[in-house]
Design a protein around this ligand. Structure first.
Ligand SMILES: Cc1cc2nc3c(=O)[nH]c(=O)nc-3n(C[C@H](O)[C@H](O)[C@H](O)COP(=O)(O)O)c2cc1C
Length: 160
């Protein structure tokens, strides 16, 4: 039986997602993009699973450097999430409006967010238009606890 594309789309869009800024760094360049396909994959070691668009600029950087950060946005940071998915003039330009520091692994950690983690990739599945990276959490920085930004509250969709 063939796949019912309409049912697939309706159902996959029901998967609840948070919204994060994934950060990457290579040489003296940093970049970041809005990511929603993120989940925890293991307690011990702590693993994060993320789907990254294969034709995006950050994809190659994660593949080469084997690391990424994840910044946890607050529920009032929808505008910042929009900055990080829109096209930018130059790599890393989105950070002009978002002050950050570099974590232990050299990855961008936003100053204004709930906090951020740094991960080292331990595996990847290259198949389809997104690559699944599995990252082990190596550092965690809590700025200030708060309510996280959920995709469902934004009216946007990414999935289906
Ligand atoms: C609501 C929303 C969620 C998104 N989630 C993801 C995601 O999980 N993974 C991904 O690779 N791109 C995701 N994107 C798309 C990227 O944010 C966008 O393509 C960005 O421009 C990529 O930046 P880069 O090319 O500089 O890496 C999402 C976009 C939107 C609007």
């Amino acid at each position: 039986m063939s796949l019912d594309l309409d049912a697939k789309k309706v159902l996959l869009r029901k998967i609840p997602h948070g919204l994060f800024i994934c950060g990457v760094q290579e040489a003296d360049e940093v970049n970041g993009f809005t990511a929603s396909w993120v989940t925890q994959g293991s307690f011990e070691p702590p693993l994060i699973v993320i789907g990254v668009k294969a034709d995006g600029s950050s994809h190659g950087i994660i593949k080469r450097t084997k690391k990424f950060s994840l910044n946890f946005l607050r529920s009032d940071q929808k505008d910042l999430a929009a900055v990080f998915f829109k096209p930018q003039k130059a790599l890393g330009g989105r950070f002009e409006t978002a002050p950050f520091r570099l974590g232990n692994l050299g990855l961008p950690i936003l100053e204004d967010s709930i906090g951020g983690i740094e991960c080292v990739t331990i595996g990847e599945i290259v198949h389809g238009d997104h690559t699944i990276f599995v990252g082990e959490v190596k550092s965690a920085y809590l700025n200030k606890d708060g309510e996280p930004l959920n995709l469902s509250s934004t009216g946007w969709s990414y999935g289906g």
